[in-house]
Each structure stands twice: as C-alpha cells, then as structure tokens.
Design a protein around this ligand. Structure first.
Ligand code: 4AD
Ligand code: MG
Length: 478
C-alpha cells in the first residue's frame, strides 16, 4: 500500500504527538538546506518539514527543489519558528519526482494572473488558485446540498441537442460530416440527414427546455452542467464554455422564483464563509493588496468578507425594468453624459447601466423584473400589459448579471404565437409544447452562471481565473 499519507491540513490541525506520520506533496521552498515548505493542495498553509543538518547527503539535498514531489515520514513537534504551531521533524525523505529548477516555469515569487493563465496547467500550485479552486469545489458541493435538502431532483439534461434554447443562434455545431466535402442536398445546402444524428445538432446553450419537462412531472428539478455559447464576447465575464445551475419549479410564479434565487445565493455565500474561512481570508488580503495599486476613489469601501457579509445580511433590492430605466434617466451620471450607450425604455441594458444600478445607486444585489418582451427569450410569460414579460435578472456588484430567469409562458396559444413572431420553429419543439397541451401549470426557473458566482465569492476580476481551463475566443489550450 502506497497511500499512507495524512493530509497537511490535518497535520497542521494536530498537536505535537508521539508516533510517525507520513505526508506527501510538492516543495514550495527550501531554505538553509534545512526547512522545506511542503504543500499538498489541502490548504494554502505549508507544512514546515525540518531536515536535521548533516543527516542527509548534499547530493540528495540538491534534489529538493521548487515543485519536486516528496514523501516524508517524521514526527509532529512543536514549532520554534513563527507562523505555525507544529512542524514535521523528518526521519525519512524520499524524492518521488524531481523538478529541474532551471526549467520549472514558476518561480517562488508573485506572478501576474495573466502570466499564470499561460501556465494554467501549473497554476493550481499557487496560493491564489489553490484558494479559488477549493472555494469553487465548495460552491459546487453547496449547490447540491441546497437543492437536495429542498427535495429537488437533479436532472441530467443533454449536452448535444437539436435546439437552441435561448433562440440566440450562438451555438457550436456538432457533426461528423467531412468538413471538406460535406454531402449536399439538391439546393446546395449541407445535407444533415446524412450526419451522425440524421439532423443538425449543436452543443447545448441551456438545459432549461428539458428542465421544464422534468419540472412538469417531478415538480422541482435542477440541472448543473456545462453549457456552450459561441458568442464572440471577449470580456472578463464571458466564457464559451461555462457551467450553469438551472432550477425549474412547477407551481411557481415570478415572485416565488425571485425568493428562491435570493435564498440560494445567500446559502452559497454562507456555506463558503463557514467552510473556507482560510481561503477567503487569503483572497481578502490578496484583493486589498491589489487595490493598493488603484487610486483611492476606485477602491471598494468594503473588503471581500465585509461585502459577502453585507450581501447575506441584507434583502436584495427588487425593481421593475421600467423603474430601473427611470433611475438611470434621473441619474447625474446620465445627465452628465457619462454612459457610453444611450438609455431609453426598450434598451437591452449594457453592463455599464447594470453596474451603475448595483454599484452606485443601490450598492447591493438587485432583482430586476418585467423586461420588454422584445429583448427577452420566447418562453417568458407575457404580462397583462402585452409589452413586458415576467423576466427576472439578478445583478450583483462587480459582476453585473449573475442570474437570468423568468416565469414561463404556460398558455399554449400565447406561447405559439410568440414563437411564430420570433421565428422559433414550433414543429421542431413539438415535445416542449406538449407540456402546455397536457396538464400545463404555472412554472418558473432561472439560471445561475456558476463561474460568475465563483467570481463574486472569490473577488477574482476575470472569469478566466475561476475555471480550470477557460474556453474563450481563439483560446482552447490545455
Ligand atoms: O441569462 P441566460 O442566457 O439564461 C438562460 O440561459 C436561461 N435558460 C436560464 C433559465 O432561465 N433556466 O444565462 C443565465 C446565466 C447568466 O445570468 C450568466 O450568469 C450566465 O448564465 N452566463 C454566462 N456565464 C459565463 N459566460 C457566458 N458566456 C454566459 N452567458 C450566460
Ligand atoms: Mg440573461
């Protein structure tokens, strides 16, 4: 048996004791031929391994370099040094894998996030990414905990589909046809009848439509999976491959939907504050350092932990789209022509508008409802005014839109006429429309962008730094 190790996090939580323990991990630093800072990814805190001077050959000590992997057996003793209560007095040290310091790409110093993106295969070995990915894990776990406790069913919706759930036409095609010489129909178009699925297919942009099928049988379901969008948005908030959580609930109206979304977001934050206190503290300090580079006026009033606490403690603001537009029009920001994009009823708010609302005006998350039908998806429920739909976006400080959702149009005639107006093929979505034919019910749901949630909790400014291997325009390395 090889794996006799104890995780460093657990060793650091113990007190000096008799008996040997074994740890395994990667060298962060090695000082004075005596002190190894060993890390195994269970925590940012390194275990100080002390090698007695003269006990090990010089040739052997030379192999203890940054990122070499070690197996160390020793005794947990009280530490004389600062920064840790215990350390490991090494009895036996084995190098499992050497790491040539001339060639290892990361130096034991601070690297920029941009540089680390180019080295995404090794960046997990840094403190920042250690913290971010442990928190990402916790958030994923908390998602399942939250819905499981509420009796929601976890539905696995397909990755490959023949529909475009958002109707935005931003899909990645999936095909096994020859790219050079695809089979053609008589009119010259590609003949997808000869393709693998016998029709044109794409990677899913959302599991919602299938989610609605689940909700109209199980009542409450959620999905949690990867979704794909071929939108050419090179921003700090967009990925071509991102993870989304989509709960869908029968017998819910828009207000029930908003209540659930608010409760869910607060639960996720609380969960991480409880389980990942060390990692949050590391990121809080990191962010304060980063902010020191900025002019005073641009620094945030609250640090990361204060911000999270504030969100958990306060009710989200709830306003309609029409009220949001009024606030923007009344703002001195607008009057001084500081928005790049114009404001009027009917616009699809730009992120500068959303950020003004949450960061400058309300200074907290805002739930905006009842958007103009013309700028929202076909499945959203038409309000009695005939102009707006029961849509709901949640805007978060520093992020902008973090949740998009709605009450669904459950009335078959209204849904069909909206689809016809918007050019959504009703024949292809016959199975979706069947839910409205057979026992239709008021229902609602939303999608939380998982990476945007991780950004919010970790304070990371760029979405590329909260997913292991980001997929963005012109980038699919690793
Ligand atoms: O607002 P969206 O497009 O809504 C839907 O897909 C609905 N089907 C959800 C539903 O009602 N079940 O996307 C939902 C959320 C956004 O609010 C945002 O947080 C995230 O998904 N998102 C992205 N995250 C990263 N990169 C992108 N390109 C994203 N597009 C949307
Ligand atoms: Mg949206």
């Amino acid at each position: 048996m090889f794996n006799t190790r104890i995780k460093i996090k657990d060793v650091l939580a113990t007190t000096p004791q008799e008996g040997e323990v074994t740890v395994m991990g990667w060298v962060r630093t090695f000082r004075n031929n005596q002190f190894v800072a060993l890390n195994d990814g269970s925590t940012n805190a390194n275990l100080q391994v002390v090698l007695e001077l003269g006990k090990f050959e010089d040739e052997f000590l030379k192999r203890i370099t940054t990122s070499a992997s070690l197996k160390v057996t020793g005794i947990v003793v009280a530490s004389l040094g600062k920064g840790q209560a215990v350390e490991l007095k090494a009895l036996n040290v084995e190098v499992l894998g050497d790491s040539d310091p001339e060639k290892y790409p990361l130096q034991p110093k601070k690297h920029s996030l941009e540089f680390l993106r180019e080295k995404a295969h090794l960046r997990f070995r840094t403190n920042t990414f250690g913290s971010v990915f442990r928190i990402r894990h916790s958030l994923a776990f908390a998602v399942h905990q939250f819905f499981n406790d509420k009796g929601f069913l976890y539905l696995h919706t397909p990755i490959i589909t023949a529909s475009d759930a958002e109707g935005a036409g931003e899909t990645f095609h999936v095909s096994t046809l020859s790219m050079d010489k695809p089979p053609r129909s008589e009119d010259g178009s590609i003949n997808y009848a000869e393709d693998f699925f016998g029709r044109a297919t794409n990677l899913t942009v959302s599991g919602q439509l299938e989610g609605e099928l689940g909700a109209t049988a199980f009542g409450d379901i959620y999905t949690f999976g990867p979704t794909f969008r071929a939108e050419n948005s090179n921003t700090a908030r967009h990925l071509a491959e991102f993870w989304m959580i989509e709960p869908e609930m029968a017998f819910y109206d828009i207000e029930d939907n908003a209540n659930l979304a608010e409760e869910f977001i607060k639960y996720l934050i609380r969960y991480v504050m409880e389980k990942n206190a060390d990692d949050l503290e590391f990121l809080r300090t990191r962010l304060l350092d980063e902010e020191k580079q900025k002019p005073q006026a641009e620094r945030s009033e609250l640090d990361l932990l204060q911000k999270l606490q504030f969100v958990v403690d306060n009710k989200f603001e709830r306003i309609t789209y029409t009220e949001a537009i009024d606030i923007l029009l009344q703002s001195s920001h607008y009057k001084k022509k500081k928005f790049q994009y114009d404001v009027s009823w009917g616009i699809d708010m730009q992120s500068e508008h959303e950020r003004y609302l949450v960061e400058k005006h309300f200074k907290k998350p805002v739930i905006v409802t009842n958007y103009p039908a013309a700028i929202k998806s076909f499945y959203m429920r038409m309000n009695d005014d005939g102009k707006t739909v029961a849509a709901m976006d949640i805007l978060a400080p520093g992020i902008g839109e973090i949740v998009g959702g709605s009450q669904r149009e459950e009335r078959l005639d209204k849904l069909e006429s909206r689809m016809n107006e918007m050019g959504i093929p009703t024949e292809e979505l016959w199975w979706y429309l069947d839910t409205r034919r057979f026992g239709t019910v008021p229902h609602a749901g939303f999608g939380l962008g998982f990476e945007r949630m991780v950004q919010f909790v970790t304070g990371m400014g760029n979405i590329r730094d909260v997913i292991a291997f980001p997929r963005t325009p012109k980038n699919a390395e690793f």
